[in-house]
Design a protein. Structure first.
Length: 309
């Protein structure tokens, strides 16, 4: 594989804030690459520099071999961008938005009509193509934005929070389409706050914090970096009070998660044994119990020092 996206020592400051502080990384051809970080960490600024929207103070970015600063037009032809906030014109129809985007990218009339029809069917909005976008649900608008980003068939796709605020059905469809596009060879750069989505879709993840890259690795290896974080999740028939669970000598921290409890411990097997004993003592029935390794969320919190995303 070869790098389709490269960031080399990117710096960007605003007034007295250094938003991006020497960011460097590479995204290989065919990867789904996740970009995570707390609010204000430098995610958006970094992406804007890579996509040519913002000029860096120093440093260079390349997309598919094109220098973003020296060849901005050629570089932009290599990428499709699907922003979190819809960039479709709401007083135009879905079809009109598709054709306008195709025209802006210089796609021939025959090609953009053929491609537009295929994409609207792919994202399950072809039945609404002649309706004004202002009547679309948020999920439909997000699917249209993705279709618009693909009209010129770019090798690289930048997705900003593609599933944020969507209903379950729209989230599932978009995640399925992301996998399919990746299987077809597209390289996907995914900026998200949704850690489960990153864990589910990404080959590698970069975590940025205070303008610097804190870590880059596969989700599993990032989890492995904090291997000591273990937990046991347990559900009771009638429920116990947290105060009763705190009697467990091996429990380091206890959290209530819906109708279950998450018990953090360095000795999960020993904790399971103690829970079985406690349930018997309290005449309580355990409905479910499982041990859990560290999650990508745990790794994220560890790497960002507990900053909230």
């Amino acid at each position: 594989m070869s790098a389709l996206i490269q960031a080399d020592e990117l710096y960007k400051g605003f007034s007295d804030v250094q938003a991006v502080d020497g960011v460097s990384f590479e995204v290989e051809e065919g990867e789904v690459f996740g970009f995570l970080g707390p609010n204000g960490a430098g995610k958006t600024t970094t992406v804007r520099m890579i996509t040519g929207v913002l000029e860096p103070d120093s440093g260079t970015a390349w997309v598919n071999g094109k220098n973003v600063r020296e060849e901005p037009t050629e570089a932009k032809e290599e990428i499709g961008i699907a922003p979190e906030v819809s960039n479709a014109y709401i007083d135009m129809t879905g079809w009109q938005n598709m054709m306008l985007m195709g025209e802006l990218y210089g796609v021939s009339k025959d090609r953009r009509e053929k491609r537009g029809k295929e994409l609207l069917e792919l994202f399950s909005i072809s039945d609404r193509k002649d309706s004004n976008v202002k009547g679309y649900s948020k999920g439909m608008q997000q699917r249209l934005v993705l279709a618009m980003a693909l009209i010129h068939d770019p090798p690289i796709l930048f997705l900003d929070e593609p599933t944020a605020g969507l209903d379950v059905q729209s989230q599932r469809l978009i995640k399925t389409r992301i996998r399919e596009m990746n299987e077809e060879g597209k390289t996907i750069f995914l900026t998200t706050h949704n850690i489960p989505v990153a864990n589910e879709l990404c080959d590698r993840v970069a975590v940025i914090n205070h303008g610097k890259i804190a870590a880059i690795d596969t989700p599993e290896k990032l989890k492995g970096a904090i291997e000591e974080t273990r937990s046991v999740e347990v559900g009771f028939e009638n429920g116990l009070e947290i105060s009763e669970l705190k009697e467990l000598e091996k429990a380091e921290k206890i959290e209530k998660r819906g109708d279950k409890y998450r018990i953090y411990t360095s000795n999960p097997i020993g904790t399971v044994e103690l829970l079985l004993g406690l349930a018997k003592e309290k005449n309580e029935k355990i409905l479910s119990i499982r041990t859990l390794g560290p999650s990508l969320e745990d790794a994220f919190v560890e790497l960002t020092g507990g900053d909230e995303s």
